[in-house]
Design a protein around this ligand. Sequence first.
Ligand SMILES: [Zn+2]
Ligand SMILES: [Zn+2]
Length: 370
Amino acid sequence: MKIEAMITTPEKNFEKQTLNLTEPQAGEVLVRLVASGVCHTDATVLDKTIPVPPPVVLGHEGSGIVEKVGENVTAVEPGDHVVLGFSYCGTCDNCLEGNAGGCENMIPLNFGGKNERGETPLSTEENEDVSQFFGQSSFATYTTVDEKNIVKVDKDVDLRYLGPFGCGFMTGSGTVLNAIEPEPGNGFVVFGTGAVGISGMLAAKVAGAYPIIAVDIHDSRLELAKELGATHIINSKNEDPVEKIKEITGGKGAHYTLETTGVPEVTLSALRSLRVKGICATVAVGKNDLSFNVFDEVVANSLTLRGVIEGDAVPQLIIPKLVTFFKNNQYPVDQLVRFYDLEDVDQAFADSADGSVIKPIVVIDKEYQA
Ligand SMILES: [Zn+2]
Ligand SMILES: [Zn+2]
């Protein structure tokens, strides 16, 4: 079938083109996309930090409505509302242990441009292959995905908000709920109050963490963090965050820190803000070169520095949970969002890069009504 998509080449970030999309085969699902979030990982392909064979259709926070299912698909039927998650193999040790975020085939399946069968469902009108991204390529009117990329969600929620539940919001919240698991009364600090940081902070609030401290260099973001549940905010341009966190936590430091910035000094602050036996989870993608004395910074206080991908989550388990929090107003991520037309995707990336919008979402189906 013919679809409209935003295609990315080494020469041009985005160009609208008509492409061919294959019909769903066994175990696959055709989804009509309603919207897609814009994530930092898309930007790391544009700036070539992460190599993906060009040309490619980016976008990996899609939400939409099932149009058609291939043979043997049991999870969904046409008309179901779905969020698209990342690709995982389902058969490696980590997948079998319920840690799809740690899938051993994560990199080839999500960044290699091809699906499990070694094919891409996308091609140009001249029949040249176009890479599929994260198994979904959601900057398009339709996508054909594996059943494992599909998460069915309730029909009474505005689908336009739900795409980022498949990556950015899941990464922050899953890191908190699955990887570090704070208990009520545990001190929690988030470094960087972007989409990942704020969604992690909201999850820490649901878990009952206290205090909840947000650190950033933008006052406007810190104010929003406070409105959404931070008990303390620290602008690290004006104050030493480590000192201030020690002060807030009675001199001990926090049980958990979540590092989302990927800035080397910030990663070090996130370690130094911990109490003895504390855990720093870092989720930042990109170059973060850091040299430190491992004994002084980690061993001496029995600390853990933990890297987490996609929130250690199985999308099918965590996304419905987050949608329920969203419906109950415990997880007001709609306050982080600004909507754009798909044609304005360049602007959406620019607004994300300069920090003026926390989570841009491109709306693909303008007729959609919640
Ligand atoms: Zn796997
Ligand atoms: Zn992402």
